[in-house]
Design a protein around this ligand. Structure first.
Ligand code: C2E
Ligand code: CA
Ligand code: CA
Length: 563
């Protein structure tokens, strides 16, 4: 490193480049008390000096209009050179226009002629040198080792410095996140994970270099970029996506981008990126979108989500989370028979009232809290099955929802077995609904987990069947016990022929595989009749009952028992 701290006793070297001798003299006089000053009369001469001198210059003070090689040209050359790039340049000028242009080219600051405030000039030189040295020192000590990007703290500091000189330029804050990165680590190992992280950093820096972007890795798989304002990010996103397949042969990498465009300069730098992050997190789990812009509505939603996240522990403790039960009726006999139930969670919030799972399940799936919530639900359900068995002398099997995150929990099987044992149940009493989209993530793990659970005697229902691409494919690789047709086909089956044909087709396949079919979302008598005619075994839906609390479910059991 060519920079030395003042403490080493010698003066730093600065180079004044100006074609007018008078100007050189005046400025030299101002600075020579503090610095070891050299002079050049044009860009060409300066270049030779900069290249030849050791130790190097700590600062170049540059006039813009000169013969032979002008200041603009020299800055350009310096910026393009690996060694010269680190020497800060202060431009000396009388025209406002040139200032902006030179700052855009990469000058650190400018001083206006004539030089009538020597203290100010010295102070500015000091600041620039100090900052540039800090930058060099920090960048070797505090760069992120893995990716070579700036550390988060330095990144923020750097932006503040840039902003000080460049406050009028419109800038954007951009946040990137890798989808399900922890799964990439778990499934393919840390080495692959690291390779992906490093690779993505390279891709981002390559692409954002064109728009004067700087970047940092803020957390594990979260990147921040600060760059010139873009009217559209379509091109940038396209370029990134084109490069993603290079990152790993095995894992399919998806990246999300959140943008806070044209940042408000009055608020803290950190807050810019909080906003971009809000946007980025908003589309987590939404496979139809890969980028989104920050808006004030998003801000509200994210505050709401934050509250829910903060309150989940308390809610579990206070038993504000309540399991509702929705019956499933067998319809092939003379009259419908109550066969089993699905457990569906509700949050009875002390201030907000009843919150539907649609509000918090996707949120908790995205941050892993779902495991906590599901473990709670399963425990409640196990105890409920036991209580009903004691009260009615019969078991009403209940299916619980198993999120895809649960599947990758190595303790899943043990947890479920313990519940069964603690409540003195059999594994047949708890059925597991796994949504179809979970089947596309990592088939090998899923196949293994499902097989183990089935060997233990648990019944597996494939939920939302027909909603994704993998339906048929999965039926051939995995043994399941029940197919649950996606609600949207039922909703439309009497209105549009396509949905009806789809229901028929699924029913045929299920018949061929000898797997029973459940239809959910059944609301009308006409649907029940049609489904019965087509050979559907079980029906769940508002036609029979909405999901209800245990007390109300008991009324359904009572009715059933009375015949
Ligand atoms: P799901 O597993 O597909 O559950 C079926 C959803 O359809 C439930 O919504 C249910 O109330 C609703 N439903 C049932 N019959 C009808 C009907 O006839 N018409 C209409 N329009 N809707 C009907 P809910 O309770 O809001 O749950 C939404 C989703 O939240 C569930 O979809 C499930 O994926 C998830 N979920 C609920 N509880 C849990 C849980 O404890 N753990 C996990 N991981 N997910 C849960
Ligand atoms: Ca379900
Ligand atoms: Ca479903």
């Amino acid at each position: 490193m060519e920079h030395f701290r003042e403490t080493s006793g010698h003066k730093r070297r600065v180079l004044i480049v100006d074609d007018e001798m008078v100007n050189r003299e005046i400025l030299g006089n101002i600075l020579s008390g503090k610095y070891d000053v050299s002079y050049a009369g044009d860009g060409q001469e300066a270049l030779e000096l900069i290249k030849g001198e050791k130790p190097g210059f700590s600062l170049v003070l540059l006039d813009l209009i000169m013969p032979r090689m002008d200041g603009f040209e020299l800055i350009k050359l310096m910026r393009a050179d690996n060694e010269m790039r680190s020497i800060p340049v202060i431009v000396m000028t009388a025209e406002a226009d040139a200032e902006v242009k030179s700052i855009n080219l990469g000058a650190a600051d400018f001083i206006t002629k004539p030089y009538d405030m020597p203290e100010v000039i010295i102070a500015r030189c000091e600041r620039i040198i100090e900052f540039s040295e800090d930058k060099t020192i920090i960048s070797s000590a505090e760069k992120d080792n893995l990716t070579g990007l700036y550390s988060r703290d330095f990144f923020f500091e750097y932006i503040r410095q840039i902003e000080e000189f460049n406050n009028d330029t419109r800038m954007d804050a951009v946040v990137f996140n890798i989808d399900h990165f922890h799964l990439i680590n778990e499934m393919y190992g840390r080495k692959t994970g690291d390779k992906v992280l490093k690779g993505l950093a390279d891709i981002l820096m390559n692409i954002f270099e064109d728009v004067a972007g700087i970047g940092c890795r803020a957390e594990a798989d979260r990147y921040y970029v600060y760059c010139q304002h873009q009217y559209s990010y379509d091109n940038i996103m396209q370029k990134i996506q084109d490069n993603l397949p290079e990152l790993s042969e095995k894992a399919k990498i998806r990246v999300r981008m959140g943008i806070y465009p044209n940042v408000e300069k009055d608020i803290e730098v950190e807050a810019w990126f909080d906003r971009a992050k809000v946007a980025c997190d908003r589309i987590r789990g939404d496979y139809t979108k890969s980028m989104t812009m920050y808006s004030s509505e998003l801000h509200e939603i994210s505050r709401y989500h934050e509250e829910l996240i903060n309150e989940i522990d308390e809610a579990i403790e206070n038993r504000d989370l309540i399991v509702f039960y929705q019956p499933k009726y067998g319809i092939q006999g003379d009259k419908p028979v109550l066969k089993s139930a699905e457990a569906l969670i509700r949050w009875k919030h002390p201030r907000r009232g009843m919150i539907s799972p649609g509000d918090f399940i996707p949120l908790f799936e995205s941050n892993g809290l779902i495991q906590k919530l599901d473990n709670y639900t399963w425990e409640e359900v196990a105890h409920q099955i036991r209580r009903w068995r004691e009260k009615y002398g019969r078991v009403i099997p209940v299916s619980v929802n198993v999120s895809r995150i649960d599947i990758y929990d190595p303790a899943l099987e043990k947890k479920l077995m313990k519940l069964v044992e603690d409540c003195n149940l059999t594994t047949k009493d708890i059925m597991l609904e796994i949504t179809e989209s979970a089947y596309s993530d990592n088939q090998d793990t899923l196949v293994r987990v499902v097989e183990n659970l089935r060997n233990r005697g648990f019944k597996i229902e494939m939920d939302d069947f027909g909603s994704g691409y993998s339906s048929l494919n999965m039926l051939t690789t995995i043994a399941i016990d029940v197919i649950k047709i996606d609600m949207k086909f039922i909703r439309n089956m009497l209105k549009d022929d396509k949905s009806l044909r789809m229901v028929k087709l699924i029913m045929d396949i299920a018949g061929f595989l000898e797997v029973p079919v459940v239809t959910e979302g059944v609301e009308e008598k006409a649907q029940v009749d049609k489904l019965r005619e087509m050979g559907c075994d079980l029906i769940q839906g508002y036609y029979f009952s909405k999901p209800v609390p245990p007390e109300d479910f008991e009324k359904l059991i009572d009715k059933e028992m009375q015949g």
